[in-house]
Write a protein that binds this ligand. Structure first.
Ligand SMILES: Nc1ncnc2c1ncn2[C@@H]1O[C@H](COP(=O)(O)OP(=O)(O)OP(=O)(O)O)[C@@H](O)[C@H]1O
Ligand SMILES: [Mg+2]
Length: 416
């Protein structure tokens, strides 16, 4: 295959290792500086120029998009997607994972362990928010922090409140997060490739430091993950929309707690700690998957008028409980079951003789009118109530701001 590695640092450890691994396996490979692309849009012909010349054909690209160029970098990746080139990580996945708040919001819907987290804006909401995540000591995180900078452990509620107020006054967005005390000074990095963890290490802080980042002096050691940790890491990457990811988790009392999913995981630390050929595993995975470029399923399926995707629930006492999918009558109503979610397991393409259980959730594609009546009223009512509960201005959702953007208060009435 012909592989393009999108990176602004062609000579860094990860780029070099990936290029060498691809060459070693007989692939054609080039490191392409992400910032040297031009994106051309024309009806029916999405196109790319590189250093002002028409880009030659590539079978696959491996995006290594740094945090400072997320907007342009994800636009380039999205363009490759429009051109049906296989992208090892999707543009949506990269954007999702880039923002700590956005990624936890997405994970929180999926029964994945995360430290309880809250995001507040109003001064009056700060104290109740700290209490909701378990009180002091409490973690305060800047949305745009990295390498441990901007992660603070506040010992008392008063100190936490003062720090949050100070950060708000400097127009910084902060997360308030439960301090997972049992994991103090330790976290786990799992390197996910496809649906497997190919390597894992533990980072251990030195001395009194609670942050285990290598940049804060943390030491690394290889670690064998248990099944639950492995499955959590893989699911977190999948939910984010990433096929290659560095998943960071704390070792909580009740199992792993995801703190972050990284779309361009550095290879040096983990290859050194584990002595594994991770670059090789990534290249092998891309070569095996190259025939399956990213398809935005929702977008493609919903262009058929009157058809769409919906999640149907099977509540206790439902007519579906105990019936097989074949006997449920869904197909007769022009509804196809794409996946069945049962607890934390996902069954893709469930067979027609599979019996349904209370609590199942069915991701379906079908006629919207036929599905409307099967979306539980309770869920709809709850949502509507929530919207009504909110004061007016909360309904005005802002545009997609760059990471860490702090929206100023709206001007007073007379200034408008
Ligand atoms: N809720 C928490 N409870 C206990 N320790 C935590 C918690 N959140 C973070 N830590 C510790 O602080 C370290 C840094 O936190 P985190 O990974 O969220 O930010 P970061 O490293 O600055 O961001 P990035 O990984 O994007 O560079 C973690 O590696 C972990 O050791
Ligand atoms: Mg981190």
């Amino acid at each position: 295959m012909k592989l393009g590695i999108l990176s602004c640092s062609p000579s860094c450890y990860s780029s070099t290792r990936l290029r060498d691994a691809a060459e070693h396996r007989g692939h054609k490979v080039r490191v392409l500086n992400t910032l040297k692309f031009a994106i051309d849009l024309e009806e029916g012909e999405p196109d790319l120029y590189f250093r002002s010349k028409h880009l030659s054909h590539y079978d696959a690209v491996l995006p290594r998009i740094g945090a400072s160029i997320t907007y342009f970098g994800t636009a380039v990746v999205r363009q490759f997607e429009q051109m049906d080139v296989f992208t090892a990580n999707s543009s949506a996945g990269i954007a999702n994972s880039r923002d700590k708040l956005r990624s936890l919001q997405i994970l929180s819907k999926h029964n994945i362990g995360i430290p309880q987290t809250t995001f507040v804006r109003d001064h009056k909401d700060i104290l109740p928010a700290i209490e909701r995540v378990g009180g002091a000591p409490v973690i305060i995180k800047l949305l745009e922090g990295t390498q441990g900078v901007g992660v603070i452990l506040a010992d008392t509620v008063k100190i936490a409140e003062a720090i949050i107020e100070t950060l708000h006054s400097t127009r910084q967005n902060v997360l308030v997060q439960k301090f997972v005390a049992e994991s103090r000074g330790r976290d786990i990095r799992a390197l996910v490739v496809g649906d497997q963890v190919v390597a894992s290490m533990r980072r251990v802080a030195q001395g009194q430091e609670f942050r285990s980042n290598v940049h804060r002096g943390g030491k690394t050691e290889p670690v064998e993950l248990d099944d639950h940790q492995r499955e959590t890491a893989v699911r977190a990457a999948q939910i984010m929309g990433l096929k290659i990811a560095g998943v960071d988790m704390l070792e909580g009392q009740d199992g792993p707690q995801i703190i972050e999913v990284n779309s361009s995981p550095g290879l040096q630390g983990i290859e050194t700690a584990t002595q594994l050929d991770i670059a090789g595993a990534i290249v092998d995975y891309i070569a095996a998957q190259v025939d399956f470029p990213e398809i935005d399923v929702r977008q493609r399926l919903t262009v058929s008028r009157g058809y769409g995707v919906a999640e149907l629930h099977v509540p206790e006492g439902s007519e579906f409980v105990g019936r097989t999918i074949a006997d449920s009558g869904l197909r007769d109503r022009d509804i196809n079951v794409l996946t069945l979610h049962r607890g934390t397991t996902v069954i893709p393409n469930p067979k027609s003789d599979r019996a349904l259980e209370a609590g199942d959730r069915l991701l379906c594609f079908g006629r919207l009118e036929a599905m409307r009546g099967m979306i539980p009223g309770r869920v709809q009512r709850k949502r509507r109530l929530k919207v009504l509960d909110l004061p007016d201005e909360a309904g005005e959702l802002g545009a997609d701001h760059p990471r860490g953007y702090y929206e100023p208060d709206p001007p007073h009435e007379e200034e408008r």
